[in-house]
Write a protein that binds this ligand. Structure first.
Ligand SMILES: NC(=O)c1ccc[n+]([C@@H]2O[C@H](COP(=O)([O-])OP(=O)(O)OC[C@H]3O[C@@H](n4cnc5c(N)ncnc54)[C@H](OP(=O)(O)O)[C@@H]3O)[C@@H](O)[C@H]2O)c1
Length: 265
């Protein structure tokens, strides 16, 4: 692992799961971290559990669906740390409902959280990184950002959208030494299915079986941070389900044969 000493990171969705594990890994490896999500109390616990000095972190509660005051939030980061080296757009919400039954409000909510939330934060941070002439912006997509999947129509669409947006950001800003990393998790053992939205916007509230047997958020965080600091453009993280990304790319007919066997409900 390269030296993270005093690098400044902003991690969204840092109250649980992958974001929490990334924030704790960074704090334990001497980085400075801004932790964001809606749950201030949970964020404080995430940071305090690391036993590091308060000068090394900033708790910055945000709801990525309500970012009208984004410039004030960014100012708070600059007041404390003077710069931002790494932005990790991780906050997100999943889905467990078929498209034909899902309310358009739910589709929009998923798109707002997973896509527009990351877009608004990134647009606020880009001028700072352009001015610094350095930075790394990453976005947490999913294997279903690479192909569609039953019960994930809006979720999959929101993750596909991230690829288009962030690949364009990479192409537009390379002369400023700004790198973009797309993080593509398969299954990681978090509360993502518990927190997923159903057709009417209520919480799914169950841990998927595959989720429970997947790799830990701590193991994922190590791979993700390592990939980001190496400047990898795509970071695949998870178990054997990642194979489907390669099959989709290199053997599309075989992919369609396999996907035909996945239950649609
Ligand atoms: N776990 C997996 O298998 C998997 C696979 C592929 C992709 N991913 C992606 O990985 C990312 C992290 O998910 P996870 O697995 O760690 O799930 P998680 O445990 O449910 O964490 C989701 C995080 O996003 C935050 N969040 C949700 N809505 C928000 C909002 N409106 N404003 C601000 N923060 C919000 C939550 O914090 P608050 O509730 O405190 O706001 C929480 O910290 C997501 O983008 C997810 O799509 C996960």
């Amino acid at each position: 692992m390269q030296n993270l000493n005093n690098t400044v990171w902003w991690v969204t969705g840092a109250s649980s799961g992958i974001g929490k594990a990334i924030a704790q890994f960074l704090l334990r490896n001497k980085a400075k971290v801004v932790l964001s999500s809606r749950n201030e109390e949970a964020l404080m616990k995430v940071a305090e559990d690391c036993g590091v000095d308060k000068s090394r972190y900033l708790i910055l509660p945000i709801d990525v669906n309500k970012l009208q005051d984004i410039d004030e939030k960014v100012k708070l980061i600059l007041d404390k740390f003077s710069r931002i080296d790494f932005l990790v757009n991780n906050a997100g919400i999943s889905q467990r409902s078929i498209a034909s039954e899902t309310s358009i409000d739910v589709d929009r909510q998923i798109m707002e959280t997973n896509f527009f939330g990351s877009v608004i934060i990134t647009k606020a941070i880009l001028p700072i990184m352009i001015n610094q002439k350095s930075g790394n912006i990453s976005a947490v997509s999913s294997v279903v950002g690479k192909f569609g999947f039953p019960l994930r129509s809006a979720y999959s669409a929101s993750k596909h959208a991230l690829h288009g947006f962030f690949e364009s950001i990479r192409a537009e800003n390379k002369q400023y030494n700004i790198n973009v990393s797309m993080i593509i998790p398969g299954r990681i053992n978090t509360s993502v299915s518990n927190n997923a939205l159903t057709k009417d916007g209520s919480q799914y509230g169950k841990l998927d079986e595959g989720q429970a047997n997947s790799i830990s958020p701590d193991a994922a965080a190590k791979i993700i941070v390592n990939g980001i600091i190496k400047g990898k453009k795509e970071i695949l993280v998870g178990g054997k389900e990642l194979l489907m990304v390669h099959i989709r790319r290199w053997l599309p007919s075989f992919y369609y044969y396999l996907s035909n066997k996945v239950s649609a409900t």
